[in-house]
Design a protein around this ligand. Structure first.
Ligand SMILES: NC(=O)c1ccc[n+]([C@@H]2O[C@H](COP(=O)([O-])OP(=O)(O)OC[C@H]3O[C@@H](n4cnc5c(N)ncnc54)[C@H](O)[C@@H]3O)[C@@H](O)[C@H]2O)c1
Length: 391
């Protein structure tokens, strides 16, 4: 088995999750990491007792000829530039979502991929999670008849934990949370609908986060810290390494800005209506202040209805056999593993290795990445302009 040498660009929270999976494999070897923050690189390396080469400038990492592929785990606004530079340097790329924060940026990344002849994998881990893959298979094989409509509720109960205490809170950094978070779901909806969006309408608002607190206020220095519902109180979280050892992670170095600060301009509540070229219509709701943290999907076809509940790890299919027999029920459960993203992190790395071995484009490729951001960006435009958008 070939061991592919890879480099990581961005050594924050996502890197920590993925490195845990990479270190379990015999076919990938991290040889170098890059981050603009030395402390971040030191923490990642020391957490795993590794002495990978470190670069403050990712372009130096890209110059290394022994590196075949890179995994880009930096903030969203850096993705386009770094993916293009990686293709220019002749590397295969696993790029975290979103592919870019503008439509033109997404097109430029795909164009560079094509010019370089290299592969591009987008971090759509849900495609690689068995629960979501089963949903796709059920629809594709016609179990619920011809797909007609659907409804998706994404309750981002960990909203402030992940999106409002750091760089994720501004439109300039992310293109909006419908890209940053919603692109996962738009990709799954596009994939299951098996068509392209023709028209969309959207509503949205910021109902809970943001406000008039100073931009430089951090939880540790705030006098409301112990009463604030969003206050970060823990300074460390425990993290289990692949070798079973537990390691403390200095959590707050990344996410400790006030969730009610002035600069926050992303929305925390969105409703998007999608109409596809093949006639399928789907409603997507994404809310960041729910008490629960879950994805619920419903797809309805001419023969039946499918429900996916991510938190319960359960798929239910009801079949409409006749006027008198409308509820034959089929249930699938426990499809996800306890590993990162329900097993999605391991499986997406399998596809990265497939791309490295064969030079063929992976399942979640650049086009999927582009179509997902296109929906997110146009939905934000529809919210702003109050118009229905035709693609
Ligand atoms: N696929 C998934 O399910 C999933 C889950 C979480 C995050 N992500 C993606 O991973 C990316 C990183 O998210 P995160 O939660 O780890 O963020 P983070 O803030 O925890 O880490 C980002 C790291 O990148 C570094 N960085 C900033 N600018 C850089 C640059 N120009 N070059 C190199 N490094 C730079 C920061 O210093 C930090 O160490 C985001 O794009 C996010 O969308 C994907």
């Amino acid at each position: 088995m070939k061991k592919h040498k890879i480099g990581l660009i961005g050594t924050g929270m996502r890197a920590m999750f993925l490195v845990n999976e990479i270190l379990k494999r015999d076919d990938l070897e991290i040889v170098a990491v890059s981050d603009i923050n030395q402390e971040s690189m030191d923490m990642l390396c020391s957490r795993y007792d590794k002495y990978w080469d470190q670069y403050l400038d990712y372009k130096e990492l890209l110059k290394r000829e022994d590196i075949e592929g890179v995994i880009i785990l930096s903030p969203d606004y850096a993705h386009e530039e770094q993916a293009i530079a990686a293709f220019d340097a002749g590397k295969h790329v696993y790029l975290e979502k979103p592919i870019a924060v503008t439509i033109e940026g997404g097109k430029r990344v795909i164009q560079k991929r094509d010019e370089s002849g290299k592969t591009l994998l987008i971090g759509f881990v849900l495609r690689y999670n068995k629960l979501f893959a089963k949903m796709k298979e059920i629809v594709e094989t016609g179990v619920i008849g011809e797909l007609k409509t659907g409804w998706v509720l994404h309750s981002v109960g960990a909203g402030s934990d992940w999106y409002f205490h750091d760089w994720h809170g501004t439109m300039a950094n992310t293109g909006g949370l419908l890209l940053q978070k919603g692109s996962h779901d738009f990709d799954i909806i596009n994939w299951v609908a098996d068509s392209k969006v023709k028209r969309l309408a959207a509503f949205g608002s910021r109902d809970f986060f943001g406000g008039d607190k100073p931009n430089d206020l951090v939880c540790q220095e705030c006098e409301e810290r112990n009463t604030c519902t969003e206050g970060i109180r823990e300074s460390h979280i425990q993290w289990k390494r692949p070798d079973g050892k537990s390691t403390g992670v200095h959590y707050n170095c990344w996410r400790n800005q006030c969730a009610f600060r002035e600069e926050i301009d992303v929305l925390d509540n969105h409703q998007v209506l999608l109409e596809y070229e093949n006639g399928v219509k789907v409603c997507y709701v994404e809310c960041h202040y729910t008490p629960d943290d879950n994805r619920e999907y419903i797809f309805i076809g001419t023969k039946g209805k499918l429900k996916l509940d991510d938190a319960k790890d359960k798929l239910t299919i009801e079949i409409r056999n006749s006027m008198y027999d409308r509820k034959e029920e089929i249930v699938y459960s426990n499809l996800q593993s306890s590993e990162g993203h329900g097993g999605g992190d391991k499986n997406i790395l399998d596809d990265f290795v497939y791309a490295l071995n064969t030079g063929k484009q992976p399942n979640a490729g650049g086009e999927a990445g582009f179509e997902a951001i296109q929906v997110g960006l146009l939905a934000h435009k529809a919210i702003k302009e109050g118009e229905i958008i035709r693609l």
